[in-house]
Ligand binder design. Structure first.
Ligand SMILES: Cc1cc2nc3c(=O)[nH]c(=O)nc-3n(C[C@H](O)[C@H](O)[C@H](O)COP(=O)(O)OP(=O)(O)OC[C@H]3O[C@@H](n4cnc5c(N)ncnc54)[C@H](O)[C@@H]3O)c2cc1C
Length: 298
């Protein structure tokens, strides 16, 4: 039963805050607060807070860089965990194996691995996120995805049990995987030795391609919809005549129709209304149902 008035996180205040604004921790910079915001500094603190959530039946959410996220205006009635303490940003090199913890910034990791002369994640250039969020979403695109280099992940379920999953047991698919555990704690990536200058050249090429094809300097969450099998969601939206369509502060990007960008004053509700309109119009025109890639929290 949910405890109504008592603070379920009593004595965990050093790393749990109440009614915490989430907008600034999302790429969109929109959305309401989290009822509880948890920033554990160790595995033990993470397990303690998860146990309290279980006892008080508080739903658990895990936040990375919020780059694939739309938080509704009313906020999140649950506990949002963010693994951004130094403890979760550690990286360890062992030959061509790189163990990166969940909170490591993917763009920083690319630069580090390039400097070490290790190739394999340059395909993620220009994709904002953390290792945890990247693994959860199997981040990537036409140049490859992170799943291709994952050797092992360490995860924790909603009961606080930590376990490892090895490469042979992992299946990475388009923006998804068979990892069901609530928390991804770390990933070991198997990279290849290569000349740093060559990797850097390739990284820059990929980054330039993304900069030329996606509205990287605007507030967005990347692609709103998954590409339906064999089709491009962006092309379907474009064919439906929806480029530049605007609802409130939300607009279908002129540069890439599968991006909805947020202008100043934009509400999450504007984005949600635009998502619904796009779905309806694309269905009317092509009888294709567009599935969300963006994770929507309420
Ligand atoms: C400008 C822009 C361009 C983008 N381009 C691409 C692209 O080309 N390809 C692509 O794949 N994506 C792209 N994205 C989307 C986004 O960058 C990726 O999905 C990225 O992996 C999100 O990582 P994050 O840490 O921000 O995760 P968040 O957005 O914070 O969370 C995403 C999901 O991952 C879960 N999650 C986060 N951390 C953990 C964890 N430690 N354990 C368990 N679950 C966790 C969250 O609960 C949520 O379900 C783009 C986004 C932007 C803003």
């Amino acid at each position: 039963m949910r405890i109504a008035n008592a603070n379920p996180f009593a004595d965990l205040e050093p790393f749990v805050q109440e009614n915490f604004p989430l907008a600034r921790h999302t790429w969109y910079r929109i959305g309401g607060p989290a009822r509880w915001y948890v920033q554990p500094r160790s595995l033990e603190e993470l397990q303690q807070a998860v146990q309290r959530c279980n006892e008080a039946e508080i739903p658990i959410y895990v936040l990375g860089l919020g780059a694939n996220l739309l938080v509704k205006d009313e906020g999140v009635d649950g506990a949002v965990f963010r693994l951004d303490d130094e403890h979760w940003r550690r990286v360890r090199y062992d030959g061509n194996l790189v163990e990166a913890h969940a909170g490591v910034d993917l763009q920083k990791l690319i630069l580090h691995t390039v400097r070490q002369g290790l190739m394999g994640i340059e395909c993620l250039a220009g994709i904002p996120g953390t290792v945890g969020g990247g693994i959860r979403m199997n981040a990537g695109g036409k140049f490859g995805d992170i799943g291709a280099v994952v050797n092992k992940v360490v995860v924790m379920d909603a009961n606080g049990h930590v376990f490892e999953r090895e490469k042979d047991d992992l299946i990475f698919d388009y923006r998804s995987s068979n990892i069901a555990a609530t928390f991804i704690l770390s990933a070991t990536l198997e990279l290849e030795a290569e000349d740093p200058e060559r990797i850097m050249r390739k990284t820059k090429e990929i980054w330039m391609y993304k900069r030329n094809t996606q509205p990287l300097n605007t507030k967005s969450c990347g692609c709103i919809f998954k590409n339906p099998r064999g089709l491009s969601a962006g092309a379907l939206i474009d064919q439906a005549g929806l480029k530049s369509m605007r609802i409130g502060g939300a607009e279908v990007s002129e540069k890439h129709a599968n991006f909805i960008v947020a202008h100043p004053g934009c509400k999450a509700d504007d984005v949600l209304r635009l998502i619904n309109i796009i779905r309806e119009k694309v269905y009317d025109k092509n009888q294709v149902h567009l599935e969300s890639e963006v994770q929507i929290w309420s």
